[in-house]
Design a protein around this ligand. Structure first.
Ligand code: ARG
Length: 467
């Protein structure tokens, strides 16, 4: 097949080389933004008198036709209509243009290189995708929020070191994830800012001798911060991709942490929840099994996303200015991560929607778990004892309970009194886990009154970021 650059060569490229260098499989998804960029470039060239008005119009029209043809093929379920022998999506579209309008197609590339073209395409594509991604994270947050609204009074042990620590509400636990995803969303918004300068017009690396109007191009393509400042930086910069990959790595880490809890909490030992049949899988040998494979795969795919982040950083670290073919690999990292993280966010929402919480198991787990011990010490502090001393007294009470197989909440007033005279009758009112939770009133704490305030903050946070 004719190449965009064939004339300088007297021998055919080896097929192995063609296979090795092709990026079509990766970059074909850029077809729409690539055509969009080309349309604006053609308009700009004719506005600037580099092409005649008629040439500009013909190019634009032919490009629009090609765009429609792609759409039709996709709508019919026939996939992206590319020639598998094309080196990349840019060559493929230029070839289609040539088939339509002959030699005029060759004028489109005036003052442009695939180097600034591909950087532009990726930014345009990412902008669209990240806006969708933000919406998807918000949907997941809404699910956490609505589950939380139903469970401000549902108790379960809060853990540190995986040991029961202090009682919390299910709402409080779930809202912890709400805020993680809120930060992720903020970071994604921030990453979008680095996608607002237009690379097109940097050409191969040094700009062009043609009077390109880069401001026009940037404006027409909705780059709100205008053209990039340095053509060499422009064609070799992939910082914006690194930034997204880093956000994605954090999102996956958060999803993985919740996956781990879903897995753990759905074990028979915990039984805090049951995942819906529609999001779980069975075993080919053990008929009783219902496995949390989706959660495990999310946890598993974290490695893939971390790998992509490190992969791109490694690709970039030794690159001299300006464009080097290594940069073509950016798409492999970027698109795999994009697909993985978006699917994971969506699957997590579906999983969460399917959860049946087992409140009884949660409160059963609290029985005799000593997660009310801190409050027993706090009671003594309220009577004037230092916290360190109180810690010691309660430590002895715990040891007594363990020895006599007693739950702390079942201790009688008399028994407690035998440990310290400050244990007056009213101590019995603070010991039930429910009372412990109610007493957590500090801002951001686990008690129902402040969790209700937290829910209001969460609703406001959702609204503020989305306008
Ligand atoms: N497919 C290439 C990429 O994705 C396009 C740029 C090719 N440029 C070049 N000078 N060979 O990076």
């Amino acid at each position: 097949m004719a190449k965009l650059w064939g004339a300088r060569f007297s021998k055919e490229t080896l097929q192995e080389v063609e296979l090795f260098t092709s990026s079509l499989a990766l970059d074909q998804r850029l077809w729409s933004v690539d055509i969009q960029g080309s349309i604006v470039h053609a308009k700009m060239l004719s506005r600037q008198g580099v092409l005649t008005e008629v040439e500009g119009e013909q190019l634009v029209q032919a490009l629009q036709e090609i765009h429609s043809e792609f759409e039709v093929s996709l709508k019919k379920g026939l996939g992206i209509p590319v020639d598998p022998r094309s080196e990349d999506i840019h060559s493929d579209i230029e070839k289609k243009l040539f088939e339509k309008i002959g030699q005029l197609a060759g004028k489109l590339h005036t003052g442009r290189s695939r180097n600034d073209q591909v950087a532009t395409d990726i930014k345009l594509y990412l902008k669209k995708e990240l806006n969708l991604f933000i919406e998807e994270i918000a949907e997941l947050q809404k699910q956490f929020l609505s589950e939380a609204e139903l469970s401000t009074e549902v108790l379960l042990p809060g853990f540190t070191h995986m040991q029961p620590a202090q009682p919390v509400s299910l709402a409080h636990h779930l809202l912890a994830y709400f805020w993680m995803f809120q930060r992720d969303k903020e970071k994604t918004f921030d990453a979008l800012k680095r996608l607002e300068k237009c690379p097109l017009g940097a050409a191969a690396l040094a700009g062009s001798r043609f009077p390109l109007d880069r401001h026009f191009t940037a404006k027409e393509l909705n780059f709100s911060q205008g053209p990039t400042e340095n053509s060499m930086d422009t064609v070799s910069d992939r910082d914006f991709a690194v930034e997204f990959l880093s956000v994605a790595a954090t999102v996956m880490m958060h999803l993985s942490r919740f996956s781990e809890e879903l897995i753990l909490w759905s074990t028979p030992a915990f039984s805090f929840l049951e995942l819906g049949d529609e999001v779980t899988t069975g075993s080919s040998i053990m008929p009783q099994k219902k496995n949390p494979d989706v959660a495990e795969l999310i946890r598993g795919r974290v490695g893939l996303v971390y790998g992509d982040l490190i992969g791109l950083l490694t690709t970039l670290k030794g690159l001299p200015l300006s464009y080097n073919r290594d940069l073509q690999e950016d798409k492999s990292y970027l698109f795999r991560t994009l697909d993985t993280v978006r699917a994971s966010v969506n699957l997590m929402r579906l999983m969460l929607e399917s959860v049946r919480w087992n409140h009884d198991k949660m409160s059963l787990a609290l029985r005799g778990d000593f997660s009310n011990a801190t409050d027993l010490a706090d009671f003594l502090v309220g009577k004037g004892m230092s916290f360190r001393q109180a810690h010691e007294v309660v430590g002895e009470v715990v040891q007594y309970c363990l020895r006599h197989k007693r739950a702390l909440e079942d201790m009688t007033g008399e028994e407690l009194l035998s440990f310290n005279p400050l244990f007056t009758e009213e101590v019995l009112t603070i010991l039930p886990h429910q009372a412990v939770l109610q007493a957590r009133k500090t801002v951001g704490g686990a008690g129902p009154t402040v969790v209700k305030e937290q829910i209001e903050s969460a609703k406001l946070a959702l609204k503020t970021l989305h306008g």
